[in-house]
Design a protein around this ligand. Structure first.
Ligand SMILES: [Zn+2]
Length: 167
C-alpha cells in the first residue's frame, strides 16, 4: 500500500507531512502525528521533533494517549537519549541553513532503535553536515522546506549503499 513499508519486524506507515507510525510486536510509536489516519491505534510512544503546529498537535497527542503512553519531546537535547526494553531513542541535530525557521535550538531529529531496526527521523531540517554521521532526510513535499527532488537527490547520493524508499 502506498506510504507503507516493512523493514524486518517493523511496519512503517507515513501518515502525511512529517508524521509516521511504526508498529512491531504490538508496540506502537508515532513521530510528529500532525495528521492521523482513521485507524490511529493508541501509542506506546509519541516522539515530537519540535513545537511547530505542523509537527506537534496537542489534540492528536491527546487522542493517541493511553494510561502508559510515553511522550518524548524537545526535552531531549542533541546527544541525549531515552531507553526502554523495546525502544532506544537518541536526539540528533535538525536545523535550517541560511533560513530563520529552524535554528539548532528549535528542534531535534531522532534516531530510533525499535526492535533492532534503526530509523532516522530527520525532524525539520536542511541537509546539514551532521547528517554524514546519520542518514536520511525525511521532510519533503510540504512545499515549505523540502521537495520530492530532495528525496530523489538523496537517493542518488546514497547509490547502492542502502535501499531508499520514497513514500
Ligand atoms: Zn518546523
Amino acid at each position: 500500500m502506498a506510504g507503507e513499508l516493512n523493514i524486518g519486524p517493523v511496519h512503517l506507515k507515513w501518515l502525511g507531512h512529517a508524521g509516521f507510525r511504526f508498529e512491531s510486536q504490538g508496540k506502537i510509536v508515532y513521530v510528529d502525528p500532525y495528521i492521523l489516519d482513521g485507524v490511529a491505534p493508541p501509542a506506546d510512544y509519541v516522539l515530537i521533533t519540535h513545537e511547530h503546529h505542523d509537527h506537534c498537535s496537542p489534540q492528536n497527542i491527546q487522542r493517541l494517549m493511553k494510561p502508559n503512553t510515553i511522550v518524548i519531546a524537545k526535552l531531549l537535547e542533541v546527544g541525549k537519549g531515552y531507553k526502554n526494553h523495546d525502544i532506544k531513542v537518541i536526539a540528533v541535530p535538525a536545523y535550517n541553513i541560511g533560513k530563520p525557521y529552524h535554528t539548532p535550538r528549535t528542534g531535534i531529529g531522532y534516531v530510533i532503535d525499535f526492535f533492532g531496526v534503526k530509523i532516522y527521523h530527520s525532524g525539520d531540517t536542511d541537509k546539514i553536515p551532521e547528517m554524514a554521521e546519520i542518514g536520511i532526510p525525511m521532510h519533503w513535499g510540504a512545499g515549505i522546506i523540502g521537495t520530492r527532488q530532495d528525496a530523489e537527490q538523496f537517493q542518488q547520493l546514497v547509490g547502492d549503499m542502502c535501499q531508499v524508499a520514497i513514500l
